[in-house]
Design a binder for this molecule. Structure first.
Ligand SMILES: Nc1ncnc2c1ncn2[C@@H]1O[C@H](COP(=O)(O)OP(=O)(O)OP(=O)(O)O)[C@@H](O)[C@H]1O
Ligand SMILES: [Mg+2]
Length: 305
């Protein structure tokens, strides 16, 4: 971390990998997940701040999606514990995690193509009395709730400009619209923490701006957001806090402007020998600039310039 910035209003004590937050919504300890001989996640300690937009960045294969899967109950860790709003969530199945107010979207969208857009939304709702065998038999008990859920779905579809598509098959949506649908569906359960895995991937520029606005709005409505993203422009633009993963570990964290100048971050991207999306991390990105500067120095040394 930069020598000049060691404290931050979101943090207790010094800023650095694994630092304590003033008001964490998620606290994770010793979370590991291996696949055969590969350690995909090895997070010693991390805290996600409440009421903020936190970006989780790192090169391809860093373990970001696996970490999301673990936190949200879609995968089981080898070791570790984590809490959400002070309650342990380790080994709690995904549907219960969502009911507790922690919802996520997927890197590859999971909308059900052969259901309508509206039906996809209804599946995102929790506390549906019709799901219970006994209350399902008593129509008045669930009819009112069903009407409420449908009204909420329609309202959200309008907010995400998908209302005209309500009766269309989800399969007919563009990639970007599917991302919007996933986000809208996530909001059906009134989440406290919304986790978005690459919300911008595959989204055309016309929709990018509206997605950015939607994410900011989640925070304005009091939700906490944790999102994975490769586009550094977007990370800089909307995040309050950035956590960097490399080879399964948290290697840096801090506010966007300082974290992207951090040597550990530059090393994480440059050391990753993947041809990552660095090209998309537009001009004003210190990681790219550092990469270019390093290449120039190397070229000079070799006498090719
Ligand atoms: N189900 C699985 N079986 C085996 N290996 C896996 C599995 N899921 C993930 N991995 C491996 O774990 C590592 C971390 O993968 P993960 O998808 O979490 O990375 P990521 O940071 O999300 O990358 P990207 O930016 O490309 O989405 C990679 O080496 C990946 O190949
Ligand atoms: Mg991923």
């Amino acid at each position: 971390m930069s020598d000049t910035i060691v404290t931050h209003p979101l943090v207790v004590g010094e800023v650095g990998p694994g630092c304590k937050k003033v008001d964490p919504i998620v606290v994770a300890d010793n979370v590991t997940r291996t696949f055969g001989g590969l350690t995909a996640v090895d997070v010693a300690h991390v805290e996600i701040p409440r009421g903020a937009i936190t970006a989780l960045i790192g090169p391809n294969g860093a373990g970001k999606t696996t970490f999301f899967n673990l936190l949200t109950g879609f995968d089981k860790p080898n070791t570790g514990d984590w809490s959400f709003e002070g309650h342990s969530l380790a080994r709690v199945p995904a549907f219960r995690v969502a009911r507790k107010g922690m919802v996520r979207t997927f890197q590859l969208t999971k909308s059900l193509g052969r259901l309508s857009v509206l039906q996809n939304m209804l599946l995102g709702a929790t506390k549906q009395p019709g799901e219970n065998m006994f209350t399902a038999l008593v129509k008045p008990l669930w009819r009112k709730r069903e009407e409420e859920i449908t009204a909420k779905a329609e309202e959200l579809l309008a907010r995400f400009s998908l209302d005209a598509k309500s009766d269309d098959y989800a399969a007919s949506l563009s990639g970007g619209q599917r991302k919007l649908l996933e986000m809208a569906r996530a909001l059906m359960s009134d989440p406290v923490l919304v986790m978005l895995d690459e919300p911008m991937a595959g989204v055309n520029p016309a929709l990018t701006q509206s997605l950015l606005g939607h994410i900011k709005q989640l925070k304005e409505e009091g939700m906490s957001v944790l999102f994975v993203e490769h586009d550094m422009h977007m990370v800089r633009h909307i995040s309050d806090w950035v956590i960097v993963m490399a080879e399964g570990k948290v290697v840096a964290e801090g506010p966007p402007d300082t974290v992207m100048r951090d040597q550990a971050v530059i090393d994480a991207y440059l050391g990753a020998h993947h041809d990552t999306d660095l090209g998309e991390m537009t001009g004003a990105n210190p990681v790219v600039e550092a990469k270019e500067a390093a290449a120039k120095v190397a070229a000079k040394k070799e006498g090719t310039v």
